[in-house]
Design a binder for this molecule. Structure first.
Ligand code: GLC
Length: 546
């Protein structure tokens, strides 16, 4: 099995939306098994080395699986534990690693621990969650806000106390200061590792340690309340997250990870205003860089221009220790607008080529390899509670969760019945079946890039260095490992750009694989608008190529 150090990329599957196998309009584990050939194996497969699954655990689905009611089983909607074991065996048989989601900050309010905890103040599980008395006037214990709207405290009539929920009120926060809770969660990790799971994506970890005195969060003086603003931004969340024990608690988790060979844990963590970006990343890397690392989501929020991208990547690479720290670049997921819908169709190809030519473990969100765009969701088809709870803010996440587009039929080959979310409109042009026949499709580009990334260590592990001067139009970098050397040239502008690459050997791959840019005399690379290319160096060719 390929070691994590050599994995070409991780592919994120949102299980509800990948493949339905039992005609209920919702994707499931057996559906994924049916599609493994697409992921790796057949000659025309995507060629991915690892899959990360968003939650498939038993859940009332208030937050579509991020409200877990049993950490050690599979929701019947998705199948059974035996189905999962089969999926792992089939994936491993194809040399694909399996990574699962782990939701440590909160459970579902239907988890037996919470049901027990709320039954009485004397409950054996009372201290599994965060319960506090009201203020003398009956109001919540402090001013903390829920990310999903309103106070982070929910009144419980039966026991006359408030409980804390950073997300929905159906997602009560676990009390990580309680060693019993931490042991329970460690056991969950053991359970899945023993089943052969190779990695863990750890959800919303910044919230597991809170201020020990539960002080009010200070006001954000820069916040202006207007119709379109999110009240959550009115506070600086310095006490409700990044508490003093965060890294200790996470280290206890990575100690478990380290007990098993070649396992990893990737922390979900977005750039915060509390720390400098550098301190925030290095904090997470300090936990245990041998087995754990944070995602890098910075690219998700950045404007699409060459200087901004060059700065963000160069700064990040600059403070990492190349030997120790594994970068995990991610430009889309189930919580964010589709890449194509954020930056544009051609621009998305540039980002993809860049991502798959950067060091570390890139993460590709299912469907991005087809250039899938946000779906249009009519109000009566909405599923995500965010639009309902925070109307008018456009935070609903359904558009980026629409079913995988396998073919151009009305149900996209995803299901035979009405799918749980509508199929996105561009299904006839952006689907696996069609793109496999088009030499210049998104899929063709991803296949080529993933293939090159598997083949050439320089793309996974080579040193990163910017090339040439910063420019508002183009961003060029090089990768070097031993005597192998490649250039990555990216045109971020709507105008053609000419880039001088000394000793350029040949274009190995470009954003238009069927029509690569021309390489003129003395390494002059002519890039068309929003075009990118991976170019080998003639003096230091890649082994086995050219
Ligand atoms: C993470 C998940 C998101 C979920 C939230 C609460 O941010 O990615 O989908 O709603 O945590 O678990």
């Amino acid at each position: 099995m390929t070691s994590w150090k050599d994995v070409n990329a991780i592919y994120q599957i949102y299980p509800r939306s990948f493949q339905d196998s039992n005609d209920d309009g919702v994707g499931d584990l057996n559906g994924v098994v049916k599609r493994l050939d697409y992921l790796k194996g057949k000659i025309d497969s995507l060629g991915i080395d690892a899959i990360w699954f968003s939650p498939f655990f038993p859940s009332p689905m208030a937050d579509f699986g991020y409200d877990v009611s049993n950490y050690c089983d599979i929701d019947p909607l998705f199948g059974t534990l035996d189905d999962f074991k089969n999926l792992v065996a089939q994936a491993h048989g194809r040399n694909i690693k399996v990574m699962i989601d782990f939701v440590p900050n909160h459970t579902s309010n239907e988890h037996p621990w919470f049901v027990e905890s709320r039954s009485s103040r004397e409950s054996s599980h009372r201290e599994y969650y965060v319960w506090r008395d009201p203020k003398p006037d009956g109001s919540p214990p402090n001013n903390w806000l829920s990310i999903f709207g309103g106070s982070a405290w929910e009144w419980d009539e039966t026991t006359g106390q408030y409980y804390l929920h950073t997300f929905l009120n159906e997602q009560p926060d676990l009390n990580w200061d309680n060693p019993r809770v931490r042991r329970e969660m460690q056991n969950v990790l053991h359970f899945w590792f023993k089943l052969g799971v190779d990695g863990i994506r750890a959800d919303a970890v910044r919230w597991i340690s809170k201020d020990q005195h539960y002080r009010d969060d200070p006001k954000n003086l820069g916040y202006i309340a207007t119709e379109g603003s999110d009240e959550f931004g009115s506070l600086l969340h310095v006490h409700s997250r990044f508490g003093p024990h965060l890294f200790d608690y996470l280290r206890e988790m990575t100690d478990v990870v380290e007990k098993y060979p070649d396992r990893i844990m990737i922390f979900e963590d977005y750039p915060d205003t509390i720390y400098t970006t550098r301190d925030q990343y290095l904090g997470f890397y300090s936990i245990n860089p041998r087995v754990s690392m944070p995602f890098n989501f910075e690219g998700i929020g950045l404007p699409f221009d060459a200087e901004t991208y060059r700065r963000f990547i160069t700064e990040f690479q600059g403070f990492l220790n190349q030997e120790e720290h594994m970068p995990v670049y991610c430009f889309g997921n189930h919580d964010q607008w589709r890449l194509v819908s954020r930056v544009g169709a051609e621009q998305a190809r540039v980002v993809a080529l860049m991502q798959l030519c950067l060091p570390g473990l890139p993460v590709v969100y299912y469907g991005d390899e087809l250039g899938m765009a946000n779906g249009v969701i009519p109000p009566d088809a909405e599923q995500d509670p965010l639009n309902r709870i925070k109307p008018g803010l456009g935070q609903g996440r359904d558009p980026e969760r629409t079913p995988m587009q396998w073919d151009g039929s009305p149900q996209a080959g995803f299901t035979r019945v009405r799918p749980w979310l509508p199929i996105a409109e561009h299904v006839t042009t952006h689907n696996v079946e069609r793109e496999l026949t088009e030499p210049d499709s998104y899929l063709a580009m991803y296949q080529q890039l993933l293939h090159l990334r598997s083949l050439h260590e320089v793309l996974r592990k080579g040193d990163y260095e910017t090339f040439g001067d910063a420019s508002p139009f183009a961003f060029v970098f090089s990768r070097r490992l031993g005597d192998e050397h490649v250039f990555v040239a990216l045109n971020f502008s709507a105008k053609p750009q000419q880039i001088a690459l000394p000793h350029a050997g040949a274009v190995l791959c470009s954003t238009h694989p069927a029509d690569p840019p021309s390489l003129g005399q003395q390494g002059k690379l002519k890039l068309r608008p929003y075009e990118g290319a991976l170019v080998a160096c003639a003096k230091h060719p890649l082994h086995g190529m050219l």
